[in-house]
Structures are given as structure tokens and as C-alpha cells.
Design a protein around this ligand. Structure first.
Ligand SMILES: [Zn+2]
Length: 157
């Protein structure tokens, strides 16, 4: 992801999509993408206007969300670059020793294998409500589950 300095958008100015794109040095399609991802334009303005302060607040929230460790029931997907839930609620656990091991699951969004180190005793807290198949051997989850054929990697994934 491109590095963006959100402070280039002045707090008390409003920007059209292309103005905001120019100020930040991104493509206007990027700004449109942000609007789809929850950046709020000024109510009722046509064409779309975005307040600098609204952009900065939204950007800070996005950054914070990106840094947030995985919540219970989630693992970090390297491809989506987001914490994601396991596809079909399926998990596998490969013990590395009596107490510790690796959880494996497929990303619900893109089907990429996700890994999360955990203590065996913590699994009910890390993945509440999900059934874990404990295995020592490499998992066969790939053969049994197929990623969604509709997953378009150019989308949010
Ligand atoms: Zn993913």
C-alpha cells in the first residue's frame, strides 16, 4: 500500500474526489474506493465533497484497524492484510509440543492459508465456538475445502 500523509488534507477544507486524490498523490479511483470502504462524504453534496477532517479521522481509524491484533475468532490473512475468520469455521491445530502449536485455517475471503501460534489451552478463547481438529501431521484442509471461485483479488481482498 502506498504511503500517504493524511495531514496533506487540511482539516477545515473540503475536497472533491479528484482534489483529494491530487493533494494526497493517489489516483482518484483510490479515493472512490475509500468512499466505498466507509469514508463519509459531506452529506448531500453533489458532486461528492470530502471534508479534510473527516478524511483524517477515517484514515486514523483504518490505520488503527490494520494494526489491531486479531480478535477472537480471527486469524491474520497475509493476502487480505486483515484479520479474517476461518472459512466454514474450519480450523486445524498442529501441536509443536505438549502446550504450544499452530492453528491453521483458510481465509473466509480469499482462501489463503492463515496461521496463528497459540497455546493449546488458549484455543477456546482464541477461537470461541469453533471446532478444532487437532492434528500433528500436515493438514489436509486444502483438499477438503475450496476457496470461493468468485473471489476477485482486485476487490477488497
Ligand atoms: Zn484473505
Amino acid at each position: 500500500m502506498k504511503r500517504i500523509n493524511p495531514r496533506l488534507a487540511k482539516l477545515h477544507r473540503s475536497y472533491s474526489v479528484s482534489e483529494l486524490a491530487d493533494v494526497l498523490g493517489v489516483h482518484k479511483h483510490t479515493v472512490r474506493g475509500w468512499l466505498k470502504k466507509g469514508l463519509l462524504p459531506i452529506d448531500g453534496a453533489k458532486p461528492t465533497l470530502i471534508l479534510g477532517s473527516e478524511f483524517q479521522a477515517w484514515w486514523a481509524k483504518q490505520r488503527k484497524a490494520a494494526k489491531r491484533p486479531c480478535a477472537p475468532g480471527q486469524m491474520y490473512c497475509l493476502r487480505c492484510r486483515l484479520p479474517k475468520a476461518p472459512a466454514l469455521g474450519m480450523l486445524e491445530y498442529a501441536a509443536t509440543n505438549a502446550a504450544t502449536g499452530n492453528l491453521k485455517a483458510m481465509c473466509e475471503t480469499c482462501g489463503t492459508m492463515m496461521h496463528r501460534r497459540t497455546q493449546m489451552a488458549d484455543i477456546p478463547f482464541v477461537m470461541p465456538g469453533l471446532r478444532v481438529e487437532r492434528t500433528l501431521a500436515p493438514s489436509s484442509i486444502v483438499e477438503r475445502t475450496h476457496p470461493s471461485p468468485n473471489c476477485d483479488e482486485k476487490k477488497d481482498c
